[in-house]
Design a protein around this ligand. Structure first.
Ligand code: PRP
Length: 182
């Protein structure tokens, strides 16, 4: 059973930071974007499932036309996060040659998932590629990868909420909390 130790990031702190990230991304991509009404050339790729709340809020904070797509991956091997081997459970619906790709994640931990995804996506020749993550746990990194847009750097707490789960629990909490098992 889980016990919430403390709220790490409140609903307001998350909303404020997501708005800042959205403004920054809007500014950076403004020169690339098509006009509203034209087919978007920026593709926001969400890595399911933990990203869903952040994806929905961040995309609405970006004041540019975006196309949506999602990818679902599963780590497997010796352990869920240490094998470096990733299996695609649901692939993207579209080819990437005509898109600037913004890959959106909820958390970078060991970095293995994003390292795999980055290589995989780059092989599909997008016009450009950037990463936005809500959380970054640099202390846990096993491979060197950084995000272009980073919401919060956190210490190595076990965190749940705002999409993040522990065995599917707590994804729909509106805040992010550090938890411990009891
Ligand atoms: C989490 C998170 C990243 C990955 C990061 O996904 O959404 O995709 O782990 O870990 P890494 O940097 O160590 O590779 P998870 O496998 O928990 O799936 P979920 O998003 O469906 O909860």
């Amino acid at each position: 059973m889980l016990e919430i130790e403390r709220v790490l990031l409140s609903e307001k702190e998350i909303a404020d930071r997501v708005r800042e990230l959205g403004n920054q991304i809007t500014e950076d991509y403004q020169h690339l974007a098509v006009k509203i009404g034209d087919a978007p050339n920026i593709l926001a790729i969400g890595v399911l499932k933990g990203v869903v709340p952040f994806y929905a809020d961040l995309c609405r904070a970006i004041a540019l036309p975006l196309a949506f797509d999602f990818i679902s991956v599963s780590s497997y091997g010796q352990a869920t996060s240490s094998s470096g081997t990733v299996r695609i459970l649901k692939d993207l619906d579209v080819p990437l040659e005509e898109y600037h790709v913004l890959m959106i994640e909820d958390i970078i931990d060991t970095g293995l998932t994003l390292t795999y995804l980055k290589e995989n996506i780059l092989r599909r020749n997008p016009l450009s590629f950037k990463i936005a993550t809500l959380l970054d746990k640099p202390d846990r990194r096993e491979v060197p990868i950084t995000a272009d847009y980073n919401g919060f750097v956190i210490s190595d707490f076990f965190v749940v909420g705002y999409g993040l789960d522990c065995m599917e629990c707590c994804r729909n909490l509106p805040y992010i909390a550090a938890v411990r098992t009891i």
